[in-house]
Structure formats: structure tokens, C-alpha cells
Design a protein around this ligand. Structure first.
Ligand code: NOJ
Ligand code: NOJ
Length: 637
């Protein structure tokens, strides 16, 4: 499969998959001013149509912009809604960014206000996550458009500068070297938010790194090495934080559950992978190795969220919920790499796991929202963060419903590009929604089955856009949520992230895909049980030696705090050799330059009894990569 890097000037000007033929509406309004509207072809497929009594049609954009009544925008089709909402989403997004945004007064340059709402809820803060996702949309647009908009470039540089400053702001999570990078939100004047909050949130630095790396890669491609070099220290701070701490728990993206979280791990994996590649281009080989090793480990861990019995991703390791969560759908779209095909290891949108997960996720909202009643089981419905959600009453979210559409459109793009789709036993229930008697197998794009499935899936995807359209007010404003009983917008108004999610879903609708980031061909190593093997990184050798008198049947073992010593489990302890009795010794490979503790134990092979050496533990720092050392210990009696 290949995607063109040539960027046809198609409205928004995103790189477009060469094989996609179905582009129907232009995206001229997306963050850029464009003077002509190429209509490449008409969407062949019927779109899901929502109708309702409180819905009315608008004939012109200007009429729409002047009307602020609370009737809902008719989306007779996804296309209509996209045409109308696109420019409004762009305006809404930019209005929330300082210093000039009309709804962002008081925000420093490049600072994204989550929402201008100051009460119930008060969102007049800048979240690292929201800001990074919003600026990823802007950067992607900027670097791929053929007519560069200077004011967007200024905004991107403002963003980078503001983030560099925020990294320095001491806050309740710590300072720049003690964990402060994990602070979730700041005041919009760049001071710390001191109130109590779910902190730290470890996705923020990863997402910020992804956005800035995307920008810096473009700078390097355009020979702006000096500007790239000035941004590198900011990126490296985030990458080092991720590389060192990705394995620690923190609050999930909904700021509620403190545990490990699928979205966070996946974002960290992507940041490390892209960071490793950038470090290499900048000639920083050590960092390239460091980030790749931890990327391998994060990717390994990512696999463990999959629930093979129920065929979905358990989004948080804690929290005591089902784990069904938009967390996983957002992961799929924000780590989409069009060159990675339908790879399940990185949870690509069209992977069997991601599609199975999507069905479980969507279905979990069918019965719990009144506005979802009366739809067939394979029709689009409004979706929220997770079915157990009670925040603001527990409602559908625009960005969650858009994410479903986006995952489906991205899947369609990849299938089109590769000329086939594959159904496995894992994804079969997803596909059976559209054709009850379909079987597992490979379906080439010239088959009837492929045609039927893809046109049904496109209509399904359009349905999610149309549902959001149905509950979007006349003026096009997108709040955070809409009420599950009557569809009225609720919670924070004009949520910047809602606008960004509309823009990326609309681009995906037109088959315009973001650039690859390095997910292609990634593999994990597994042991004989199929479990992923972590990458311990560079190793060094240690010879452990201890003097101990024993009786027949007794053997000396070593165990300790690292995997190579069995993690304190006598059953996995390492046996020493008595060849120079009473000296026992063994040579063990351990990760280089780490600190660990250990003890010697005696196991009696006849009785099975274990006798531990007395406290304290032995403590040791391993030598650097490739070095070896000999440690002669005295037994602690
Ligand atoms: C505010 C957070 O932003 C939101 O995600 C969360 O659901 C509520 N607090 C309740 O914890
Ligand atoms: C609450 C959401 O749960 C969280 O993800 C987001 O960062 C904040 N609101 C700000 O939009």
C-alpha cells in the first residue's frame, strides 16, 4: 500500500490517499482560506438520514451564523452538516486561543482555553492534553497546506513558546525535574493551578511531544534546522519524562481513575517512537536507543489491555468499571498511521481488535440514552465517554461520537488503499452488523461483499456525523455534551476539543489522512505462552560470589528486585555454582546502570525448604553497558 506524499490542493490541503476516489465535499473552510472548490466526485453511497420535528434546514451559511435560536441544525445528510459546520468549527476553535481569540481574553499567546465557560463547569483553564490535541490539528493543517497561512505559523510558535514556559512553572505535581510535567492544567496566564485535582496525568507530555515533533519534522524537512534545535530541549524534557515514568500510574484522560490507562500508554508509545526517530535525525544516537527501548516496553504493555473473552479494550487497569470507554476509540484515531494497515498491535482503526472494540463501545450506549431509542441495532447512535459516566448527568459527547465516525472513515481509507478488507473471528461480529451471513476471510475490492460492506459502513459512519449534526444548535457551536434525554447542548459551551474533533472527523470523511508516524511494521516479541517480552535495554554482566558452608542437599540461590533475579520469588531465584566450594558463584546479565537489591537464600532440594539470608538486603548499582563486574559478598548471618 502506498500513500502519495504529493498534496493535491484540495481545500484543506491535507495529504490525501492517492487511491481514494470518493472525495465529495471540499474542506476549504478548515483552518485556511482557499479560493476554489474542487468537487472530485459525488459520494456514491446513501447517507444515513436523521429527521425530527425540532429540526429545520438552513439554506445559507450567513443565515445560520446570524441565528442563535436553540432549534437544531438539520443534517439531512452528513455532507450537509459538514459543509455548514466546518467553517463554524474552525472559527470556534480559533476563538478559544490567545492572545487574539474572541473568547480567550486574558489567555497568553498560544494558550488554548478549554472552554470560555466560567461556571458549571469552570473550564477557563488550559489543559495540556486539550491544547496538544488542538494544536496537532493546526500543525497538521499548516504543514500540509500548499498556501501557508502566516497567522497560523505565528500561533504554532506561540504555542511552542507557551509550553516551554509552562514546563518551568512549579505546580502541585512538582517542578520541571520532579514530576511537574505531569500537571494536567494551568491558569491561562501561565501560572499554576493550585486547587485539588486528579494529578498527575501522564498523557499530557506525550501528546505535547507528538504535536511539537510533528512541527519540528516539518521544520527539518524545510531546512530550518536552527528553529528545530531551539524547540528540541522542550521536546526532550517531555520525552525523558515519558521514557522514565511511562510505567507509573496516573489519572486517566477523564481525570477520574488513577491507574494505568490505554490512551495514556498508547500516546506514550507514539511519542517515544516519534521521539526516537527525531533524536536520530538530530544525531542523538543515545536518546534514539533510550526512547526506542521504552517504546518497545510501552508497546508490550499496551497489549495487556485487551480483554480476549469480551473482545474489547479494558481502558483502565483501575476504576472498577467495565472498561468500555471512548478512551480506546480516541486511541485508535489519534495513533492512526495510514502506512500501518490494519495492524492490531498498534490498534489501527481497521484492525480486528479496534473494530470489535468499537462495536462493544457503541452498543453500550444504545439503551442508556433516551435519544438513542428507536434505532436499529446497526444504526448510528450518540455515544459518550463510558457507559457508567455520571458527570453532568452522564451524557453523549460530541467528541466521542465524532471519534466513532473518524475511526470508521479511516478504516475505509485503508481498505480502499490496500484494495481489500479482512474479516477475522475477532472482527466478525462487527461486520455481521452489516451483513448477517458474512464469513471470515479476505475480500478484494472488486467483490460484491466488499462493496456491500464498505457502503454500509460508510453510511454507518455518516450516521454518527449526522447524529451530532442533529444536536448541534443553529449557530454551529459545539459544547462538551448534549443531554441524553432531549439532546440539548450541555456542560461547557464552545469546547475547543469538540471543534478539533469535528475538523478531524470531517477530514477523515473526505478520505484525507494524517501522515505516518512510525507504526508501520512494528512487532512485539513473545514468549512461548504468547506473552509479550519486555525490552530490558542495554545489559551488563555481574559475577556474584559468596562464601557459604552447606550440607548435602542444600544449594545457594540469589533472588532480588529485578526480573533477572526472579523478583524476590524463590521459585525463580538463580542457582549459584559450588565449583570453588565453599565459594558459590554465578554470572548473570542484568540491565546496565540500574540500582537493585538482592539476597542469597538456601534451598534444600530434599525438603524444599527455603532459608533466607538475614537483613539488610544487599544493594548494588550495575555497571554501564557491556561492562562486567565481580561482587564478592559476605553472607548476612
Ligand atoms: C472534572 C473533570 O474534568 C471531568 O472529566 C470529571 O468527570 C469531573 N471533574 C468529575 O470528576
Ligand atoms: C473534562 C474532560 O474529561 C477532560 O478530558 C478534559 O481535558 C477537560 N474536561 C477539559 O476539556
Amino acid at each position: 500500500m502506498s500513500f502519495t506524499t504529493e498534496r493535491p490542493f484540495l481545500g484543506g490541503g491535507y495529504p490525501q490517499a492517492s487511491i481514494l476516489k470518493k472525495t465529495a465535499v471540499s474542506l476549504t473552510y478548515l483552518l485556511g482560506i482557499v479560493t476554489f472548490i474542487p468537487i472530485v466526485g459525488q459520494l456514491a453511497n446513501a447517507v444515513h438520514t436523521s429527521t425530527g420535528s425540532n429540526i429545520r434546514r438552513h439554506s445559507s451559511l450567513s443565515g445560520m451564523m446570524m441565528s442563535y435560536s436553540q432549534t437544531y441544525m438539520l443534517s439531512s445528510s452528513a455532507n450537509d452538516y459538514i459543509q455548514r459546520e466546518g467553517p463554524l468549527a474552525r472559527t470556534g476553535l480559533l476563538a478559544n486561543i490567545g492572545p487574539k481569540g474572541s473568547q480567550a481574553s486574558g489567555a497568553k499567546p498560544g494558550i488554548v482555553v478549554a472552554s470560555p465557560s466560567t461556571s458549571n463547569p469552570d473550564y477557563l483553564y488550559s489543559w495540556t492534553r486539550d491544547s496538544a490535541l488542538v494544536f496537532k490539528t493546526i500543525v497538521d493543517h499548516y504543514i500540509s497546506s500548499s498556501h501557508k497561512n502566516v497567522s497560523l505559523r505565528v500561533l504554532i510558535d506561540d504555542y511552542a513558546h507557551a509550553q516551554t514556559q509552562l514546563q518551568e512553572v512549579g505546580n502541585p505535581s512538582g517542578n520541571i525535574t520532579t514530576g511537574g510535567l505531569g500537571e494536567p492544567k494551568f491558569n491561562i496566564d501561565l501560572t499554576a493551578f493550585e486547587g485539588s485535582w486528579g494529578r498527575p496525568q501522564r498523557d499530557g507530555p506525550a501528546l505535547r511531544a507528538i504535536t511539537l515533533i510533528t512541527y519540528v519534522n516539518w521544520l527539518l524537512d524545510n531546512s530550518n534546522t536552527s528553529h528545530a534545535n531551539t524547540l528540541w530541549p522542550t521536546i526532550q524534557l517531555d520525552l525523558d519524562y515519558v521514557a522514565n515514568d511511562w510505567n507509573k500510574t496516573g489519572f486517566d484522560l477523564w481525570e477520574e481513575v488513577s491507574s494505568s490507562s490505554f490512551w495514556t500508554t498508547a500516546s506514550q508509545h507514539r511519542a517515544l517512537r516519534q521521539g526516537a526517530a527525531l533524536a536520530k535525525s538530530l544525531g542523538k544516537e543515545d536518546l534514539n536507543e533510550k526512547y526506542n527501548i521504552q517504546a518497545d516496553n510501552a508497546l508490550c504493555f499496551l497489549q495487556s489491555y485487551w480483554n480476549p473473552d469480551a473482545s474489547y479494550v479494558t481502558s483502565n487497569t483501575g476504576g472498577g468499571r467495565s472498561g468500555i470507554d471512548a478512551n480506546s476509540v480516541l486511541t485508535s484515531i489519534h495513533t492512526f498511521d495510514p502506512s500501518a494497515g490494519c495492524d492490531a498491535i498498534t490498534f489501527q482503526p481497521c484492525s480486528d481488535k479496534a473494530l470489535s472494540n468499537l462495536k462493544v463501545y457503541v452498543d453500550s450506549f444504545r439503551s442508556i440514552y433516551a435519544i438513542n431509542q428507536g434505532f436499529a441495532e446497526n444504526e448510528a447512535v450518540a455515544t459518550g465517554r463510558y457507559p457508567e459516566d455520571v458527570y453532568m448527568g452522564g451524557n453523549p459527547w460530541y467528541l466521542a461520537t465524532f471519534a466513532v465516525a473518524e475511526q470508521l472513515y479511516e478504516s475505509l481509507s485503508v481498505w480502499d488503499a490496500q484494495g481489500s478488507l479482512q474479516i477475522t473471528s475477532i472482527s466478525l461480529p462487527f461486520f455481521q452488523q452489516f451483513s448477517s451471513d458474512v464469513q471470515t476471510g479476505d475480500y478484494k475490492s472488486n467483490t460484491e461483499t466488499y462493496d456491500k460492506l464498505t457502503s454500509e459502513i460508510r453510511a454507518f459512519a455518516d450516521g454518527f456525523i449526522a447524529i451530532n449534526g442533529r444536536y448541534t444548535p443553529d449557530n454551529g457551536s459545539l459544547a462538551e455534551q448534549y443531554n441524553k434525554d432531549d439532546g440539548k447542548p450541555t456542560s461547557a459551551r464552545d469546547l475547543t476539543w469538540s471543534y478539533a474533533s469535528a475538523i478531524t472527523a470531517f477530514l477523515a470523511h473526505d478520505g484525507i489522512v494524517a501522515s505516518p508516524w512510525g507504526a508501520q511494521g512494528l512487532q512485539i516479541q513473545t514468549d512461548s505462552d504468547g506473552h509479550c517480552i519486555a525490552n530490558p535495554g542495554p545489559m551488563s554482566e555481574i559475577v556474584f560470589k559468596v562464601e557459604k558452608d552447606t550440607v548435602y542437599g542444600e544449594n545457594v540461590f540469589i533472588t532480588g528486585s529485578i526480573g533477572q533475579l526472579g523478583n524476590w520469588d524463590p521459585a525463580h531465584a538463580v542457582k549459584l555454582d559450588p565449583k570453588s566450594y565453599p565459594y558459590w558463584s554465578v554470572e548473570i546479565e542484568v540491565p546496565a546502570s540500574i540500582s537493585f537489591s538482592y539476597k542469597y537464600i538456601i534451598q534444600n532440594q530434599n525438603s524444599g525448604s527455603v532459608a533466607w539470608e538475614n537483613d539488610p538486603n544487599h544493594e548494588l548499582q550495575s555497571s554501564s553497558e557491556g561492562q562486567s563486574m565481580v561482587v564478592t559478598d559476605t553472607w548476612h548471618n
